[in-house]
Structures are given as structure tokens and as C-alpha cells.
Design a protein around this ligand. Structure first.
Ligand code: BGC
Length: 847
């Protein structure tokens, strides 16, 4: 399946990279010298130094600014004509850059065997203390977890006792620490600086849940590349992202940070993040190392309460929770973060089965495993260690290479090694993993960041535009019933002259870890509306705050609503009500927002409700009474224009849910790809209590329906689509032959086709989804599983024929022996607009 890029972003980014490279040469000259003892080929070093000198001479004569790069050879040639020396310099530099580019194409990131010799050359010079130092990481800035009380980082860096620092975001501070590492530590091993860059660095993109709701891996890749470009310009070369945890429970606040409940979509998104962050090669100055987190099963926290324990069978783990991690590893992620959660009684940060057996042995992961924040220390309250030394030993032996903030590796690992509880080989392997990442990033060659260049990387107009596009494509139209004129309320009709914008969240809510709300070119939603409707035609009332509010405020908002033709309500969660440590037991509108909503509805004015949240909210009243509802998530820097363009119909909503939207909290965990029960309710009317035996003894609630409010894959549009019947090219497959070709990406096992018609009056983009069901297998399989999807643009009245090629792997399951294989089965195939609609075509898999 291929995804269309949404603009020639790469070219523009390439230009920026080019200009940045020029600015960091000076800093690199020093670092080449510093790194000389690790560079085996001194002639390459000399060439690089000479190249820099010549290249910088050329650059000094060129008229260009880093923020408006002008890197095309044609423009350069005008400058080159100024003097022959510069021409020679340019040609030499150009040839060298081209040679380097050719070499770049063959880069394999952390798995590159070319790193082996360098790793070994460093390793054999290290003392025990220096080796352990590489495995120690602290937060030296704004903490993102409970503190551990150390602050003597400068001294520790000088002694080679720290391998990585994070949460330092000032490039001057980054360079200051790096200078200590490069100048004062015995081996001059650079520090790796990390940060949670999770939905953009300063150019804030929609939260990951929203980004996934675009169903567009290409946008995810481009967005993460922008994040990498901005973060690396700041000196941050490692992000603790993507979060690839499967999330089936909206109570869990961290659902906001992931790609939802589906392993297939989650895997595509995971790989896209990794590619976007790490670029074509990791040592490009605008690439950063990715970290797939939280390994593994963290999203299955019992009761949706963060940090809680998880119980997941090996089958479920392999079939649902592991695939996005595997995809990230296959895409070359430089690192993986071990999670907090105990998994079947064994904490994820002390679990050799997941860390060594699966990650290292089965998948061959060559990169770095870092613990989560103090997850090594948390082995004590979790009950598998009673003091720090045991916690350090258990985590280390299980396969956690680097200890994030607990300090227990620093305190105890020497003793663990000396006593023989862990071997020197294990220690060396862990250090190798760290060094590989640092070398693959090119940190030894360019440890410093260009402080002057850092701000110039931020908020490039094309990147802000990309963030806006991403936001527009992430909005999910949940409901669009008729307004006063008997037409769907959205898009807004030209008869709407004055609108009242009411609610606490109209002013661009910003999720944490995004740029501060007042930074960058943000246009507030109400201001954007004023641009279109004119001064005096947009009335703004807060109504209530997210968590509280007064009767007076509600009354003022109601009076304001009376003066408008239409009300736009902006309600939902405060940004800090989702994300880490933000689980909720109630998923309605917090505070007095429901009261405000009902008071505004009583005015009889047409109402559009825009929901801001990091998860679905249970709002049955709103979905019954409010004519138009748009899930806007937390949309980032482009929120204002993106929302206005959507409401006015310049954008036709195309976002689709990546999580099942619950009717009630009591339904959670709720996910479309569940197993069937022995007593599915079938046609029983679940909207009323059971009245007889047939409607009682089925898998149901007495007081709620089983189905979600909106299913996985769902999303409305300003047009309508009609799906034709599914046609398969064969009704019979053979398990044996599919198993023979299980890993073939070219072998087509089956094709499935359907016509999709735009039956409405506007052009639109539909996400055509293909699901399968297998029955008769050794392990019960879900009622539906997403196996493919495609986004198609269709003009009104037009029909598009959509054909999917299904590869053997699509029919394989994790069987009762925990092997991935195709089994004989009955097969259903749907091509549908979401996980609840459509009629399947049947086939079977014979032995
Ligand atoms: C979170 C991680 C995060 C880390 C560093 C932890 O509390 O669980 O997702 O990467 O802190 O900020």
C-alpha cells in the first residue's frame, strides 16, 4: 500500500538541513579533533578538516541566511563565479558531500556492522566505572516524574559516570554539559541528550492519538521529521517517542499518546514515527534517535489506572501488544523503553522473557534498552526486590541497559559485576548498545549544537502549515444532523452571520510537551472566525472553566447565545487531564460544562459542539441532543485555522476513530477486535432491560448496550459514501502454501475488491477499511481484524474501484503453540467504512 505525501516537504527540509550543516562545521572541527582517538582512519579526518576549511571559505562569500536557505546549485553558481578559489572550494566540497551522500545511502543505523570496530575500540579502553557510567541517565531539567535527589551531574559527567541526560532543553546548557564530557572526562565520550518530544518539538502537532486519526502514516512520518529537525537543532538527539502501546481503555490518560487500539494500524504508525525521527540516516544533523515505549503491555493497566498492573496472556501479548514494537524494531528504532507495569506478575523492567527472549533473540534488536523513569527503583514497591542492589541486578540481568534516574546502577552495578551476579559479557553488551547509538548518531564527530542556529529551526512556515494540515485531517466528525434549514448543520451556511463561541477551550488548548501556548504563530480560533465573519460578528463567552464556574457565568453565556445565529461550544478536558498520570474514572464533561451545554441547548439556537480531549468522552446526552459534534482532540499549533476551515467547509472532515468510542465508562475496556462470547446478543434489543429468557441469558449489560457510541474506524463527512459488495478472487486458500510464503511481501494470497461511490454532493476522502475474521482456528480469533486500508479521494457521483492485495501474513495468527502460522479456517472479509458496517464475503482456508 502506498501513501501519498501531502506536499514536497522533503525538498524543503533538505534545504534547511543543508543550511544548518554549514553553520555547524565550525563546531565540528573541534569535535573531530576530540574524537580523533576513536576514528580509525586518520586520512578521512584530514579530508574532513580540509573540506570544512574550504567549504567555510565558500560559505563566507555566499549571501545566504540560515532561516532562508538557498541551497540550489544554480543559485550557488552565481556566487561561485566571484572567485576561482571559491569555485574550486565549492567543487571539492560538493564532491565530498556527494561521496558522503553515497555512503549515507548504505547506512544501517544502529545495526550497521561498520560500527562494530569503533564500539570495540572504545570498549577495550574503558574501566569498570566508565562502563557503568554509560548505563546511567538522569533528568537534569524540569522533572517528568518523582525526583531522585541528585544534582551533582557536572562532577559525575567529568568522571565519566553519566551516559545520558534528559529534560535539558537550553542548547547552551547542553553544550556546557557536553564540554565537560568532551574535555574533562578521560575518554571524551559524548553525552546523549534526550527529551519527550512526542507531538512536535516547538511546532506543536496534534497529539499522537489525533495524528493517528488521520490514518495517514505519511503525515505521521513528516510530522516526526519536523520534530526531529527542531529538536536536533536544539541539541536533543534522542526522543522518548513513539509511544506504541495498544490502548483499549479510555480511562487510561496515556491513550492520548498512542495510536489507539489496533495492532495493524499501530504498527504502520510506529514505523512511520521511527522513519520520521531517524531519517534516511541517523547521523544526519537533523535526525534523532527514536525510542519505542513502553515495552510492553503498559496500556493494559487494570482499571485504566496509570502504572497499574497488567495481566496479558502470551497469545494476546504476541497478537495485539507486541506487533507495534516489532514494527518499530524492524524500522530500525535505536532504542526501546522498558515499561513500569508488572506483566503477569513480572515487572516489565525486570522481565527477561520480553526483553531478552523476544526483543533480542527473536527480533535481533541491536539498539539500546532504557528503563522508564525510576522503573528500576520501582521494582522495590512492586515487590520483586527489597533493596536497591537486587533491583539493579534484576533489571540489568533481565536486559535493561540504561537506568533512567533511579541511580541504582550507579550505586550497585559495580558490586553486582564484581560478585559475579552479572557477567562482564553482559556488562559489555549493555555498553555496546549505548555506544552503538552514540556512534550511529555521529555524536563523537559532532557532539555540540550550534547555539545560534537553534531558534532558526523553529516554526518554519511550511512546518506550521503541515501541523495545520495534520490537525484538519485528524478531526473526526461524530455527528452532523440537520440544522434549522433542514440541511446538515455543517458546514456552516452563509445565512449564519453572527456566532457565539462559548466554552473554556476555544483558545488553542496545548498538550504538555508541546510548545508553550503563547509561543509560535498561533491564531486563536475565535480570531480566525472573526477574520471570516467580520468584527462584531463573533461573540466570545467562556461560560465556565473546565473544572468549575458560576451561575452568573453560565447566565451570561446563555444571554450571549441568544444574540447569535449559531453557537459553537468548545468543551472537553483540560490538556493536563490526559497523558501520563491522568487516568479518569468518569469520562463525562468535567466541572459544570454539562450544565452549560444543557443551558445553551435550551436557548433553541443551533449548536456545534467541538470536543477537545485526549480520549473519547462519554457524552450520551450530547450525542442525542446536539446536532453537530466534532472531535478535535488537542490539535496543536494549527488549531484555529484548521477548525475554521473545517466548519466553513473548506476542509471536508476525513479523520477516523482509532479507538472505539464508549457510551459509558462501564463498557471499558472496549475494543472492536474482541473475541466472540459463547452468548453473543445477536438481534436482542439491548436498549431496554431483558424481558425474557432469550434476551436475558446473553453477554450483555442490564443497563447499557454492548456496542460503542461510535465504532473503531468511524468518521463522518460532509458527503456520503456507498460501499458495493466485496468480491474475492478466490474462495479457497491453502494453509500449507500460505505458510511456505509467510514472509513474502510480494506473494498475493488473495485479492478483495469493492466499489466505493461518493453518493453526496461534495468531494471527499474516504478511508476504505478491510477486515477479516477467522473461525475454526486453534485459538479464538477476534470478530474482526483490520488487515488493510486505503484513503481515496472521490468526486461527487464518482465511483472508485478499490482493490486490496492480501499477503499470506494477513491470514496468520499466533496459534495454540504460540507460533505465527496460517491454520485451516472459515474466513470472512469485509470492505467497509468502519468496524461495524458492511456485509462480508466468505471464503475458507483449507489445510
Ligand atoms: C514516562 C515516559 C517518559 C519518561 C521521561 C516517564 O514517567 O512514563 O513515557 O518518557 O518519564 O520523561
Amino acid at each position: 500500500m502506498s501513501f501519498q505525501p501531502i506536499g514536497d516537504q522533503r525538498v524543503q527540509l533538505g534545504d534547511v538541513i543543508f543550511s544548518r550543516i554549514s553553520l555547524v562545521w565550525t563546531a565540528r572541527v573541534y569535535s573531530y579533533v576530540a574524537a580523533a582517538e576513536f576514528v580509525p582512519n586518520y586520512s578521512i579526518l584530514c579530508i574532513l578538516l580540509l573540506r570544512n576549511v574550504l567549504f567555510m571559505s565558500y560559505l563566507r562569500l555566499s549571501i545566504r541566511t540560515p532561516s532562508a536557505p538557498d541551497p540550489t546549485p544554480t543559485v550557488h553558481s552565481a556566487n561561485v563565479g566571484v572567485c576561482g578559489f571559491v569555485l574550486a572550494a565549492f567543487l571539492f566540497a560538493h564532491a565530498t558531500v556527494q561521496a558522503q551522500a553515497r555512503h549515507q545511502e548504505s547506512s544501517k543505523g544502529v545495526s550497521d556492522p561498520a560500527l562494530d570496530a569503533q564500539v570495540e575500540s572504545i570498549l577495550q579502553r574503558m574501566t569498570l566505572e566508565e562502563k557503568i557510567g554509560q548505563l546511567v541517565q538522569y533528568s537534569a531539567g524540569q522533572p517528568t516524574g518523582p525526583g531522585t535527589g541528585r544534582t551533582d551531574y557536572e562532577d559525575m559527567v567529568a568522571k565519566g559516570q553519566i551516559g545520558s541526560l534528559f529534560n535539558v532543553i537550553d542548547p547552551r546548557q547542553i553544550n556546557a554539559y557536553q564540554r565537560i564530557a568532551m574535555e574533562k572526562s578521560r575518554l571524551h565520550i559524548p553525552i546523549l541528550f534526550g527529551l519527550d518530544v512526542i507531538h512536535g518539538f516547538k511546532t506543536e502537532f496534534p497529539i499522537p492519538l489525533a495524528l493517528a486519526s488521520t490514518w495517514n502514516p505519511s503525515i505521521v512520518e513528516q510530522a516526526s521529521h519536523v520534530a526531529a529537525m527542531e529538536a536536533s537543532a536544539d541539541g536533543i538527539r534522542w526522543t522518548f517517542s513513539p509511544m506504541v502501546d495498544i490502548a483499549r481503555d479510555a480511562r487510561w490518560g496515556r491513550m492520548a499518546e498512542g495510536a489507539g487500539e489496533d495492532p495493524y494500524l499501530g504498527s504502520l504508525v510506529a514505523a512511520s514515527y521511527v522513519r520520521g525521527y531517524q531519517g534516511a540516516r541517523l547521523d544526519a544533523s537533523d535526525s534523532i534517535a527514536a525510542c519505542a515505549k513502553h515495552y510492553v503491555g503498559y496500556g493494559a493497566a487494570e482499571g485504566g489506572r496509570d502504572y497499574n498492573t497488567t495481566e496479558i496472556s502470551e497469545h494476546t501479548l504476541r497478537q495485539f501488544y507486541l506487533p507495534p514494537f516489532h514494527a518499530a524494531v524492524e524500522a530500525g528504532t535505536a532504542s526501546v523503553m522498558s515499561a513500569f507495569n508488572p506483566l503477569n506478575g513480572i515487572p516489565s523492567s525486570a522481565n527477561p522473557f520480553t526483553l531478552k527472549q523476544i526483543l533480542r533473540k527473536e527480533w535481533g534488536f541491536p539498539g539500546l534498552v532504557v528503563s522508564d523513569w525510576n522503573s528500576v527503583g520501582e521494582l522495590i514497591p512492586q515487590g520483586v526486590a527489597i533493596e536497591g542492589a537486587t533491583a539493579a541486578r534484576k533489571a540489568f540481568v533481565a536486559g535493561v541497559d540504561m537506568d533512567m534516574v533511579s541511580s541504582l546502577y550507579h550505586d550497585h552495578l559495580q558490586q553486582v559485576i564484581k560478585s559475579g551476579e552479572a557477567t562482564t559479557k553482559e556488562l559489555d553488551d549493555a555498553v555496546r548498545h549505548v555506544l552503538r547509538v552514540k556512534l550511529a548518531l555521529g555524536l563523537f564527530q559532532h557532539p555540540y549544537v550550534d547555539e545560534a542556529a537553534a531558534p532558526k529551526a523553529l516554526f518554519h512556515p511550511e512546518n506550521v502549515a503541515l501541523a495545520q494540515t495534520a490537525a484538519e485531517r485528524s478531526f473526526v466528525l461524530l455527528k452532523n444532523a440537520n440544522g434549522p434549514g433542514g440541511q446538515p448543520l455543517l458546514p456552516l451556511s452563509s445565512s449564519v452571520k453572527t456566532v457565539a463561541v462559548i466554552g473554556p477551550l476555544a483558545d488553542n488548548p496545548s498538550f504538555y510537551q508541546g510548545g508553550p501556548p503563547d509561543e509560535g504563530p498561533r491564531v486563536p480560533f475565535a480570531a480566525e472566525l472573526t477574520k471570516r465573519l467580520g468584527e462584531g460578528h463573533v461573540l466570545r463567552f467562556k461560560g465556565v472553566d473546565v473544572l468549575d464556574g458560576s451561575d452568573d457565568d453560565i447566565n451570561t453565556a446563555v444571554a450571549g447565545a441568544q444574540k447569535a445565529d449559531l453557537v459553537i461550544l468548545t468543551l472537553g478536558e483540560r490538556p493536563d487531564m490526559s497523558g501520563e498520570a491522568a487516568s479518569r474514572a468518569h469520562l463525562g464533561l468535567p466541572g459544570r460544562q454539562q450544565e452549560l451545554l444543557e443551558a445553551i441547548m435550551r436557548t433553541g439556537k443551533p449548536v456545534v459542539l467541538i470536543l477537545f480531549s485526549g480520549r473519547p468522552l462519554t457524552l450520551p446526552w450530547a450525542f442525542e441532543h446536539v446536532p453537530a459534534v466534532l472531535a478535535a482532540w488537542l490539535p496543536g499549533i494549527g488549531a484555529g485555522p484548521a477548525l475554521a476551515r473545517t466548519l466553513f467547509g473548506e476542509v471536508n472532515p476525513s479523520g477516523r476513530l482509532v479507538v472505539s468510542w464508549p457510551r459509558s465508562v462501564g463498557q471499558e475496556p472496549l475494543y472492536y477486535n474482541h473475541l466472540n462470547t459463547g452468548r453473543p446478543p445477536g438481534d436482542v434489543d439491548l436498549t431496554r432491560p431483558p424481558t425474557d429468557v432469550a434476551s436475558k441469558y446473553v453477554s450483555r449489560y442490564l443497563d447499557e448496550q454492548d456496542s460503542p457510541q461510535f465504532p473503531f474506524g468511524y468518521g463522518g463527512s460532509y458527503t456520503t459514501y456507498t460501499f458495493g459488495p466485496v468480491k474475492l478472487n478466490t474462495q479457497r486458500l491453502g494453509a500449507a502454501s500460505l505458510n511456505k510464503n509467510l514472509n513474502s511481501a510480494t506473494e498475493v494470497a488473495m485479492t478483495a475488491e469493492a466499489d466505493v461511490t461518493n453518493s453526496g454532493s461534495r468531494p471527499g476522502e474516504e478511508t476504505v477499511q478491510l477486515f477479516i475474521q477467522l473461525t475454526g482456528t486453534s485459538v479464538a480469533e477476534p470478530v474482526r481484524m483490520l488487515k488493510a486500508f486505503r484513503q481515496i479521494s472521490i468526486a461527487p457521483g464518482e465511483t472508485t474501484h478499490v482493490k486490496f492485495d492480501l499477503h499470506p501474513e494477513a491470514f496468520a495468527i499466533w496459534n495454540d503453540r504460540n507460533q505465527f502460522a496460517v491454520e485451516p479456517a472459515k474466513l470472512n472479509v469485509w470492505i467497509s467504512p468502519d468496524a461495524a458496517q458492511g456485509a462480508p464475503a466468505a471464503a475458507e482456508i483449507l489445510p
